[in-house]
Design a protein around this ligand. Structure first.
Ligand SMILES: Nc1ncnc2c1ncn2[C@@H]1O[C@H](COP(=O)(O)OP(=O)(O)OP(=O)(O)O)[C@@H](O)[C@H]1O
Ligand SMILES: C[C@@](O)(CCO)CC(=O)[O-]
Length: 523
């Protein structure tokens, strides 16, 4: 393999629109990548025995001798040259790693370091020369925007490259060539990393941080692959993203919901079922080509009901209620917390007719409470790779602000970034994030009709229309033309399909389609 170093791997944060917490219980959830990202630089170490981790955002610098890592224990469990993930973390490895972290007394440091070491010992080996790993992020940490998943994805991506299990990504921003499968490998290992930071993740955060775009995601109960349905088409929505700056840990919040679920199984399962219905209803609204006034009102109401149910699960916080009450008082729209809650971020779905001046007034009010609103776009690129760097570790560490990081190495500013996947639509936003996509019949079909693909970790499937198997079979034999240009990596459907659909008028939405339905429909 040619000399790769130094290089940077980057992954985006996310917002969950519907389905946080219920996602952990195998309910569907909807989330999209945001433009705030984490960047991990891998550079040679002064001494190739010294493995150094630099996490300046959380005030951590730590080194280990590579010979001190528990290689024997890991080797005992390894079954192939290309390491594969296990359903659960291997307790013996976790226990050995905890011994290496006995001097680390801050849980935030412990979580990030244990994730790093677990991935390192699995993806690298005794012979891998030790490196210097430096992380900088433009995301707020522990605020509901998936910061931990971005760390896990960057580590899984970089270490998979160092261990020579995947090739560095090669697709440029506007490349039309075929996506590679390495993102599935990264996603599967990032999920293991997330287990060490978050405890019991559903996998939605690492899926979005790896693949980018926007998804409907559903964890499965056992080792069966999760279901990830790409949503290429969103209605035009205005979202305001507000960080309360109230610190919290997702693992505590997820753990507390689990405790409630054990103590009040009947009650909590009703809430989780209602959250599932909200996500499905939200999905059925969001994939339609046009959002009429009634649909918008329904989405707004779903935000409100969703937040109320999260309050019932005990994952709100007085500051999140403050954000919600202020948006109510200003008559701006409806607010729900996003991510694990307990503080962190909220999203507000802004009503259509609200004047910009009113929004500015609200943002000024938030300032008074110390809340921060974010400018971001939705649905951008997933994990990325950059080499031939014009900056070294010291330069990277010395970048002062988030803007400096974006300007120096940002995915949106440096053309040389490469990705595993094409596509990812970018839906523009300023202070308001706007979920927006051009709606054409073809794009619509591409957005809503996804054919299942299996992968080690996740699969995509959705047949949201009731259509005859004949029609599907006939249509799938037509070579892909149009959607290829639009960036889908799935079996392609051309204009004829749209015409068939629209001429026949067979648009009957089936929100509860299962992977099995999809498989039956195409056989
Ligand atoms: N920039 C960073 N540098 C080092 N560690 C980080 C960084 N960002 C996140 N982490 C790790 O992730 C942890 C925060 O994860 P947590 O799951 O609590 O929040 P989140 O992922 O931002 O929110 P959510 O899960 O609700 O989306 C931190 O305690 C730290 O261990
Ligand atoms: C709270 C949660 O549902 C979302 C955190 O972003 C946890 C998870 O799904 O892993």
């Amino acid at each position: 393999m040619p000399e790769l170093e130094p290089f940077i791997v980057s992954a985006p944060g996310k917002v969950i629109i519907f389905g946080e917490h219920s996602a952990v219980y195998a309910k569907p959830a909807i989330a999209a990548a945001i433009s705030l990202r984490t960047y991990l630089m891998v550079a040679p170490s002064e001494d190739e025995e010294d493995l150094t981790l630099e996490f300046p955002d959380i005030g951590l610098v730590h080194s280990w001798k590579r010979s001190s890592l528990p290689w024997e224990v890991v080797e005992k469990f390894s079954t192939s040259n290309k390491p594969t993930t296990t359903d659960e973390l291997i307790p013996e490895v976790v226990s050995e790693i905890s011994k290496l972290l006995s001097d680390m007394n801050q849980s935030i440091h412990y979580a990030a370091s244990s994730s790093f070491l677990y991935l390192y010992v699995h993806l690298c080996n005794r012979q891998t020369k030790a490196k210097r790993f430096t992380v900088r992020s433009t995301l707020p940490i522990g605020s509901g925007l998936g910061s931990s998943a971005t760390i896990s994805v960057c580590l899984a991506g970089a270490l998979s490259i160092l261990g020579q299990h995947i090739e560095p990504a090669t697709l440029g921003n506007n490349d039309k060539s075929v996506d590679n499968q390495d993102s599935e490998y990264i996603d599967s290992w990032a999920f293991m990393g997330e287990k060490l930071i978050q405890g019991n993740p559903s996998g939605i955060d690492n899926a979005v941080a790896t693949h980018g775009g926007a998804v409907m995601f559903q964890r499965t109960q056992s080792s069966v692959p999760s279901v990830r349905t790409t949503m290429r088409n969103f209605p035009k929505l205005k979202l305001l993203l507000t960080d309360t700056k109230q610190p919290r840990r997702s693992s505590d919040l997820v753990g507390n919901v689990s405790r409630l679920n054990s103590e009040y199984p009947k009650i909590i399962s009703s809430i989780l079922n209602a959250l599932e219905d909200i996500a499905r209803e939200g999905y059925s609204i969001m994939i339609k080509p046009n959002l009429d006034e009634r649909a918008r009102k329904r989405l707004s109401e779903l935000f409100e009901i969703n937040h109320g149910l999260l309050v019932a699960l005990g994952v709100s916080h007085p500051v999140l209620e403050k954000v919600r009450i202020l948006t109510d008082e200003f008559k701006i729209g409806k607010t729900k917390l996003t991510g694990a809650g307990g503080g962190g971020c909220a999203i507000t779905l802004i009503d259509d007719d609200v004047a910009e001046s009113k929004i500015k007034e609200l943002i000024a009010k938030y300032d008074e409470f110390g809340f921060e609103t974010f400018e971001t776009s939705l649905g951008g690129k997933g994990v990325g790779y950059l080499n031939d760097l014009k900056i070294d570790s010291e330069g990277f560490l010395s970048l002062e602000s988030k803007e400096d990081i974006e300007n120096a190495i940002g995915v949106d500013n440096v053309n040389e970034w490469k990705f595993c996947k094409r596509g990812g639509m970018t839906m523009i936003g300023v202070a308001l994030m706007t979920l927006e996509a051009a709606v054409s019949p073809t794009a619509y079909i591409a957005a809503v009709l996804e054919v299942p693909t299996s992968s080690p970790f996740s699969s995509k499937t959705e047949i949201p229309f009731l259509i005859s198997s004949d029609l599907i079979a006939k249509t799938l034999t037509i070579p892909a033309l149009t959607t290829a240009a639009n960036g889908t990596n799935l079996p392609k459907i051309n204009f004829e399909l749209a015409e068939i659909f629209f001429n026949l008028g067979t648009i009957e939405f089936k929100p509860n389609a299962t992977p099995q339905d999809a498989v039956t429909a195409i056989v």
